[in-house]
Design a protein around this ligand. Structure first.
Ligand code: SAM
Length: 224
């Protein structure tokens, strides 16, 4: 992956090279991440131990389809840690539709993240009912799914069929423990990939160790 591709940056901080995004809301922190200013531009360090998308970059993600002006559907926004970095990346002309069904975390997502960032549209809905997201318009460039549900692959496919453009990217976080505790993580990921193959071209599967022990990331491209 090229460095400084203008979607994310490598910043020297405390003598180390760290991943960062340009802060869309200067001065504003989301999860007490460090803010670093270089040549008058403020960056937010992006912690791979807190964000599986950052962990994927650290572990050799080949394609990064999140760009300036991209439109993203994000399922499982939680308190908005990763969504906030995607919001930095897509910038003021991009959009992140963030779906979250748990009201407790959704409140933090609204108060600490979405209310400061005009490019985030919070959707307090169940990802199992994509036909009820009334605020999503048109097709999106990327569907990102991190909902930790046993039937997450089925839910993800339904959302892609409804909202992902042809040739669009699909990022699926697979929580290997939540699906079946008796199977090995590698086997679980292989089985989930099998379910995707008829509709998606599989691009990459990434082990998130050492940043995250229980998850893998699968990246695919939508065929139809
Ligand atoms: N993606 C987040 C990040 O990187 O900052 C972490 C996501 S957390 C592992 C999973 C989230 O998915 C939880 O906040 C949970 O409430 C939400 N979730 C689970 N099932 C859902 C569903 N059916 N619809 C919407 N959100 C769901």
């Amino acid at each position: 992956m090229e460095e400084d591709n203008q979607s994310f940056f490598w910043i020297k901080s405390d003598g180390e090279r760290k991943l960062a995004t340009e802060n869309l809301v200067p001065g504003n922190q989301v999860y007490k991440e460090k803010l670093v200013t270089k040549k008058g531009i403020e960056y937010r360090l992006w912690d791979p131990f807190r964000s599986k998308l950052a962990a994927s970059i650290m572990n050799g993600l080949d394609e990064f389809p999140f760009q300036n002006k991209s439109k993203i559907l994000y399922l499982g926004a939680s308190t908005g840690t990763t969504v906030s970095h995607i919001s930095d990346i897509v910038g003021p002309s991009g959009i992140v539709f963030g779906v979250e069904h748990a009201s407790r975390v959704a409140r933090d997502f609204l108060d600490r993240v979405a209310s400061y960032r005009k490019n985030i549209i919070p959707i307090l809905q169940d990802a199992r009912k994509p036909s009820e997201y009334f605020s999503v318009f048109g097709k999106v460039d990327v569907v990102y799914v991190d909902i930790a549900q046993p039937d997450q692959t089925k839910i993800a496919i339904e959302n892609c069929e409804m909202f992902l453009k042809k040739g669009g990217f699909f990022f699926l976080v697979i929580k290997t423990r939540s699906i079946d505790v008796t199977k090995s993580p590698k086997k679980i990921i292989e089985e989930e990939i099998e379910k995707l193959k008829s509709k998606f071209e599989i691009i990459q599967s990434i082990d998130l160790h050492p940043y995250d022990k229980d998850h893998g990331m699968v990246i695919a491209k939508f065929k139809s």
